[in-house]
Write a protein that binds this ligand. Structure first.
Ligand SMILES: Nc1nc2c(ncn2[C@@H]2O[C@H](COP(=O)(O)OP(=O)(O)OP(=O)(O)O)[C@@H](O)[C@H]2O)c(=O)[nH]1
Ligand SMILES: [Mg+2]
Length: 417
């Protein structure tokens, strides 16, 4: 067999040269990078094929190792034994290289095992399994965000076994996080403002709260304040409710106007303040609104309105933006338009905002209820079961579709035979 050495600027070029010179049966014996970036490849053809050396692109291998090796191969067509001294040299070299590699591997593995990796999580296998099981259970309940991490951290400190991580254990633990208001705020002397982004149901909820209040105490001791000056000129829904419920209403857009409005309504038992919606990303407007409400000191309690039909990350943004010294809790709206209330409930738990009410539709007479922790948990569980069912139905429908397609395909093929 003739061995040829090819040098080229890169491996692709070398391969092209080899292919051109030796054809598709070429066999590569060695390749190496040369100083300067070019490559050297030693290739040849099986002994029964002829090679014409091209001095430009390829040259006979001069190195003793390959000369001898080539000679050995040539002389060795019928598997004759290699010359013993050459064989010995090669084996010696290979052995010493293997020994060197073995030593290096040992050194590396010692370095890895003897030094703790920086920032590596330090929990044993059992603990990481428990964390995964907990996240799996929470995920089924649509609890996935920051609250899920907090829950898992807290749960792990109880030192439970993997077997004791059951739906019931999680349900009980969740129950200890959900805060709801013990007494309805409309049943006490109060000045409450609803805050949050636009279109999330603040005005509608105020109408619902007013209806609830009036059915218990009448309209006389109830007052409204609206901050929405722009809306007054067009069509203010609160003005409409104030007229139709016969509730006194004031406008306030500055701190001094708010002081005046509160003074005008000082004899009312409950004052509900409807604020204009401000995007959670409009920090200037939100800050203005919050300091406007905080200007009255402790007098005004604010409730963040959180729609249930919005992603948890967005609700998290909303909660972060609207946190203020006056924040007493939250009201969940649009539950009827959500798949699960878990994201909104998670935000309330994460930011420690007791849930006061849950709104379940557009009907101002019926679609509001006082929040109840047990009911909330039950609802999260029911929604999770419903989601599982829907997922199963979808899966079966998809399987049916695939089977149908396969049957159609096989009957098509039968038709062509
Ligand atoms: N399905 C459903 N719709 C609701 C609910 N609450 C409010 N809505 C509807 O949501 C829309 C917006 O409600 P608004 O009360 O005007 O919202 P807002 O927060 O006052 O909006 P801005 O004043 O523009 O900031 C209206 O069509 C309401 O009928 C609810 O619980 N469920
Ligand atoms: Mg409104």
């Amino acid at each position: 067999m003739k061995l040829l050495r090819f040098t080229a600027i890169n491996m692709q070029k070398a391969m092209a040269d080899i292919y051109e010179k030796l054809g598709p049966d070429a066999m590569i014996y060695t390749s190496r990078q040369l100083a300067g970036g070019s490559v050297e490849v030693v290739a040849g053809l099986p002994a029964d094929q002829q090679v014409e050396a091209d001095s430009k692109k390829a040259e006979r291998v001069e190195s003793p190792l390959f000369e001898d090796f080539s000679a050995v191969l040539n002389a060795n067509k019928n598997a004759a034994p290699t010359p013993p001294e050459m064989n010995h040299q090669m084996i010696e070299r290979l052995n010493s290289q293997l020994q060197l590699m073995d030593d290096n591997i040992k050194k590396l593995s010692h370095q890895i095992t003897s030094r703790p990796l920086e920032n590596a999580p330090h929990f044993d296998n059992q603990e990481s399994i428990q964390r995964s099981v907990l996240h799996y259970h929470l995920n089924k309940l649509s609890i996935t965000g920051q609250f899920a991490n907090r829950f898992v951290r807290d749960f792990m400190t109880l030192g439970v076994s993997t077997d004791s991580i059951t739906d019931t254990a999680i349900e009980n633990k969740l129950l200890s996080y959900i805060e709801t208001e013990e007494k309805e705020f409309i049943d006490q002397r109060n000045i409450c403002a609803l805050i949050g982004p636009t279109g999330i149901g603040k005005t509608t909820t105020i109408a619902k709260l007013a209806k609830r209040y009036i059915s218990r105490y009448g309209a006389k001791s109830l007052g409204f304040i609206t901050t929405d000056y722009n809306d007054v000129a067009r069509k203010n829904h609160l003005r409409y409710y104030s007229t139709s419920f016969d509730v006194d209403m004031e406008y306030a857009n500055t701190e001094s106007e708010l002081t005046g409005a509160l003074h005008a309504l000082k004899d009312k038992k409950l004052i509900l303040i409807d604020t204009h919606g401000a995007s959670q990303r409009d920090h200037v407007n939100v800050a203005k609104l919050l300091s406007f409400l905080e200007s009255q000191g402790e007098k005004v309690s604010t409730y963040l309105t959180l729609p249930c039909n919005v992603q948890e990350q967005i609700l998290d943004e909303v909660a972060r933006a609207f946190i203020s010294t006056n924040l007493r809790g939250c009201i969940l709206t649009k539950q009827d338009e959500s798949i699960s209330i878990a994201p909104a409930v998670s935000i309330s738990m994460n930011y420690k905002m007791p849930i006061a009410y849950i709104c379940t539709g557009q009907n101002i007479n019926t679609d509001i209820e006082k929040a109840d922790s047990r009911k909330i948990i039950q609802q999260i569980m029911t929604e999770s079961a419903a989601m599982k069912k829907t997922a199963e139905i979808n899966l079966f429908q998809n399987v049916d579709r695939v089977i149908q397609k396969m049957q159609e395909g096989s009957s098509d093929r039968q038709g062509t035979f």
